[in-house]
Design a protein around this ligand. Structure first.
Ligand code: MOS
Length: 729
């Protein structure tokens, strides 16, 4: 274990003391305040919109609607308002495509005057029949029009049907909403034709590209600052209409405009995990060898944009099976476009697959882990490649021991603690390991500090801390002397923070740039008289000094080295990307969640007595931040399993629990005991550090673990999430 593997969060102090600056908190001279007024119907056209009273209200600077907006040049032809695959173009015309769709932007000199003026806006509509219920719109299902949306088949199509023992079941997950603590927020301003945004985004470069596209300017002319995020869970993977609205308002007024969505708008305007109906067909021999697996999913998308995710993908490789069929369909309905939500499709898919595995194990009278081990995949049958590394069995073992799996009985309802039925369950998660090209600049200053620069941002997992640890490890410079500059444009280009790829991408780039920097320092030292006749191999860089390995007395500080060469600093900027070798392997992270539930059969109450989340994520760079991620992901999965559901009143097409009082998420008191365990074995292929990614797989597999534990306790199989007490009693 390296000495940097347990450092505290480098931004922790700033975050808990309030000195970390979130987007809307940037001090901006002359800033004015904006909000969005939403439609009160789910589908139709705006008949009239009365903005007069608002415009005349004190302090109001502008009210922008589809009637007076200066349309950005990137908007497509108005005759084709909702081009296939195009994001919503705010204020483009009079059409309404979802409830609470913004119909007006109100800008005033103070927050209070802005809010008052917004309350004066009145709109009338031509209503059209809306469709917000996926179950009733299934006849509109279609494929996604990209190669990714193709059906998959290996062996005999729907080959599970030929097996001796068959399970066929439908599983449903409701719409869930990301709801990070920090609301969606932006300050937008323009300098001529060049905008600057302080915005909540998971991708600085991605935001530059989308804003550039909308306003017809080069991404390089768009400045984006998104240094601190108070969570995002995927909602920051899109540039949303509210961001474009703030830019439109700011451009019109020539003033910086601040716009913060209110909590209710977080439920309607910035994406969600889509309502998804899945069908599993799983067949095995009497001995428990899987013969075939079919996994189908139908998910909601919006009427104006296609969205798809990897819901059925893990069924193609997680278990050994000659015959596998997957199908994925979307149904456009009148709600805003979904966006990946932590663990995304894999979390949805794991609920179906890992519930079905438990159901079939029960039919076969096999222990669910024994059943999984019987069908352990020695290689990736989908891609026909070897695994780079796979320590899934170690996750099973680690979890079984910690949860007390030996106390589990295969017969449901056969273990009790007082009035409570005891159930044990588990679920497996997996997520691909991705690595994007990333540039990092490593700078050694004369004072011995190491500066690492990258435009990647940190939505909470501890990216800055990871960069610090890797930089310190490679250079031998103490972590206190590492300075991270990130989360804004103008820095070397980093990836979007998503898909669990940040450590693999940015960490590798830090590693490579720091190695090149050390080489540069040593090359410079070789020119110094102190090390006359020495070779590069004879020298090492330790704690800010170049030292001769042969004669410890021969040493020179970096400060002296820079001074001798009349240099202020020494820097390296380098781009890193995955090598060809990695393409020969299939690289996945794994998680296995174990749950012990106590269920009161009379009340239907479910207590989470013990939760253990195990993961094979390759090397663990930082124990604390990784454990934090794993706890958080598991809690997200618990929310998915037991609480979260956005309820739509389909008569009006609008949500009825768009607030934290009615949309429940777990709190500490909901989980009586929680542990995490990492196998922590280096992947030899993935990247120089041997990491595999954690953020997503931390959530994948938790919801089925709970459903399986509830079944083990009660004999009740719940196939539609969340598992609320009405489904138990
Ligand atoms: Mo993650 S769902 O890519 O933020």
């Amino acid at each position: 274990m390296s000495k940097t593997s347990n450092i505290n969060r480098v931004d922790g102090f700033a975050k808990v003391t309030g000195s970390a600056t979130y987007s809307a908190e940037y001090k901006t001279a002359g800033v004015v305040y904006a909000c969005l007024v939403g439609s009160t119907i789910a589908k139709g056209r705006i008949k009239s919109i009365d903005t007069k009273k608002a415009e005349w209200a004190p302090g109001v600077l502008s009210v922008i609607t589809h009637l007076n907006v200066d349309k950005p040049v990137g908007y497509k032809d108005a005759k084709d308002p909702h081009n296939f695959g195009q994001p919503l173009q705010i204020f483009k015309d009079d059409s309404i495509v979802y409830y609470d769709q913004p119909i007006a932007l109100v800008i005033a000199d103070t927050f209070e005057r802005m809010q008052y003026a917004a309350s004066l806006i009145k709109a009338e509509y031509f209503k059209e029949e809306h469709s917000t219920d996926l179950n009733k719109a299934k006849d509109k299902e279609r494929k996604v029009d990209t190669k990714k949306g193709d059906d998959y088949n290996r062996g005999i199509q729907d080959g599970y049907k030929n097996a001796a023992v068959i399970l066929e079941a439908d599983y449903t997950i409701p719409t869930e909403v990301h709801n990070p603590m920090e609301l969606a927020n932006i300050i937008a301003k323009w300098d001529g034709n060049k905008p600057t945004l302080y915005t909540k985004s998971q991708g600085v470069e991605g935001t530059r590209r989308s804003v550039g596209k909308v306003f017809g300017i080069a991404p390089e002319d768009v400045s984006v600052n998104s240094e601190y995020l108070g969570g995002a869970f995927g909602m920051g993977l899109h540039t949303w209409p509210y961001e474009i609205a703030a830019l439109i308002g700011s451009k019109k007024l020539g003033k910086p405009v601040k716009l913060v969505l209110h909590r209710e708008q977080m439920f309607t305007n910035v994406g969600y995990r889509p309502y998804t109906i899945q069908k599993i067909g799983l067949g095995a021999t009497k001995e428990g060898k899987i013969v075939g697996l079919t996994h189908e999913a139908v998910a909601q998308t919006s009427s104006y944009e296609d969205f798809m995710e990897g819901t059925v993908n893990m069924s193609r490789f997680l278990y050994n099976s000659e015959n596998v069929t997957t199908r994925y369909r979307i149904v456009p309905i009148d709600i805003c476009t979904p966006i990946w939500m932590r663990g995304p499709g894999e979390a949805t898919g794991s609920f179906a697959l890992e519930s079905a595995m438990d159901e079939l194990a029960h039919k076969l009278n096999l222990d669910p882990i024994e059943f999984r081990k019987l069908n352990y995949a020695e290689k990736d049958q989908e891609q026909n490649k070897p695994w780079s590394s796979k320590f899934l069995l170690e996750c099973y073992e680690g979890g079984m021991e910690r949860i007390g799996w030996k106390n589990r009985k295969n017969e449901p309802g056969s273990v009790r603690e007082g009035d409570w039925l005891v159930g044990y369950g588990m679920g497996t998660g997996t997520f691909g390991c991705y690595r994007s090209p990333t540039s990092v600049k490593a700078k050694l200053l004369a004072n011995g500090n190491l500066v690492l620069q990258c435009s990647v941002n940190d939505m909470g997992p501890g990216t800055a801390t990871m960069m610090t640890a890797i930089g310190a490890d490679v250079t031998g410079i103490s972590t206190e002397n590492v300075i991270i500059e990130m989360g804004k444009s103008g820095l070397p280009k980093g990836p979007t923070q998503g898909g669990s790829a940040t450590t693999s991408s940015v960490g590798s780039a830090v590693n490579d740039s720091c190695q090149l920097l050390v080489k540069k320092i040593i090359d410079l030292a070789l020119l110094n008289p102190t090390f006359k006749n020495a070779k590069a191999d004879d020298l090492s860089f330790v704690d800010g000094n170049v030292i001769s390995k042969k004669e410890a007395s021969k040493t020179i500080s970096v400060m002296a080295l820079l001074e001798a060469n009349k240099l202020q600093e020494l820097e390296v900027e380098n781009q890193s990307k995955a090598d060809e070798e990695a393409k020969k392997y299939s690289i996945y992270s794994y998680s296995v969640h174990f749950v012990k539930v106590l269920v009161n059969p009379k009340l239907g109450k479910i207590r989470l007595a013990h939760v253990v989340s195990c993961a094979d994520i390759g090397t663990v760079i930082n124990q604390k931040t990784s454990a934090g991620q794993m706890f958080g992901g598991a809690v997200g999965g618990i929310g998915m399993g037991l609480m979260e559901a956005l309820e739509i009143d389909h008569r009006f097409g609008r949500p009825i629990n768009n607030n934290f009082a009615d949309y429940h998420v777990p709190v500490n008191a909901d989980i009586e005991k929680q542990e995490v365990f990492f196998v922590n074995k280096k992947d030899p292929i993935s990247n120089p550090m041997g990491t595999k990614g954690l953020g997503e797989t931390a959530l994948v597999g938790m919801a089925p673990a709970i459903a399986n534990a509830v079944f083990n306790a009660t004999g009740k199989r719940v196939r539609d999430l969340p598992i609320t007490l009405d489904k138990i009693i």
